[in-house]
Design a protein around this ligand. Sequence first.
Ligand SMILES: Cc1ncc(C[n+]2csc(CCOP(=O)(O)OP(=O)(O)O)c2C)c(N)n1
Ligand SMILES: [Mg+2]
Length: 348
Amino acid sequence: MPESINILQSKMNHTKLKNNMQTDLLGLSPEILLKWYDEMLLIRRFEEKCAQLYGMGKIGGFCHLYNGQEAIATGSIGAINPDDYVITAYRDHGLAISKGLDPRRILAELLGKSTGTTKGKGGSMHLFSREKNFLGGHAIVGGHIPLAAGAAFASKYRDEKRVCLCFMGDGATNIGEFHEALNLAALWKLPVIYIIENNKYGMGTAVDRASAVDELHLKAAAYNMRNEVIEEGHNVLKVYQSVKAAVDHARKTYEPSLLEVQTFRYRGHSMSDPIHGHYRTKEEVEEQKKLDPITLFMGILTDTNLASEDYFNSAEERIKSIVDECVAFTENSSEPPLEELYTDVYAD
Ligand SMILES: Cc1ncc(C[n+]2csc(CCOP(=O)(O)OP(=O)(O)O)c2C)c(N)n1
Ligand SMILES: [Mg+2]
């Protein structure tokens, strides 16, 4: 049972997790908490469907899945407003779902259909929505980090009080653009929250083999920037709490933050890579899966009497039908016509 959550298994894990469980619900309403559960489950099931479709040869190009990191997307985006910006690298499906992009159009994009978020021309790594303030989906490691500073600069210049959440991998913190952007964000006091999704590896290279400083949040010290490490990156409530504090701080003072969220990816780096490879063991992956964000949240909702097995079963059904709908929508969509080859290359 590689990644699916089965109720029986979750009950077993629940006992293990109970002792150190976070039960402070931070004043969040049951509606929000159940919505977050559904959202994380949708991200997981969506990614599983992508893996299946990729295996069938229906998705072309690169495809990087988010399994295991769901609490970061849901907890972080749960802490901002719809008009705030989100920007990220190529592991972008989960974040796009959390930011409210239509999952049917996301899947259509992956299959190169004209109904996709960028008319089937961007693919998995380049999801985008101007309407939802989702600024991509960027394939060049570190390339989007200065763009986040730009979005935050625009917000401050126009006095809009919008913040920008900029997600990146651990590997991106070794790129020059990371350092240049953090310097300017701190110097000019820009309302951007840089969030490192530290999943312990950049492709097959462990963090401490690539970075002289392996406590990545400490890199903020070079720019006198507010920073924090979130060790329980699998706990959506912990992620929310820290991101919310950084967002409130940015709205009040315009000051940026650097947050390091510790997490783990269950799949290979991309769909063309093996799950374990030579750089990590099967045991390590299995051990990390015991900290599954969805299973943990299931435990929290059960313990606080917000949901029971009936709810989890019905959520599973509902999410399955959403994913089925994504597939049907995509299959009924056409590929972009040849005349579209040179359109949308430059902005009008
Ligand atoms: C500038 C640049 N160098 C190299 C690559 C090839 N590459 C793609 S992903 C990746 C690893 C990045 O790892 P990390 O930032 O930790 O993100 P993760 O994949 O773990 O989410 C590399 C080296 C690239 N896309 N861009
Ligand atoms: Mg990484």
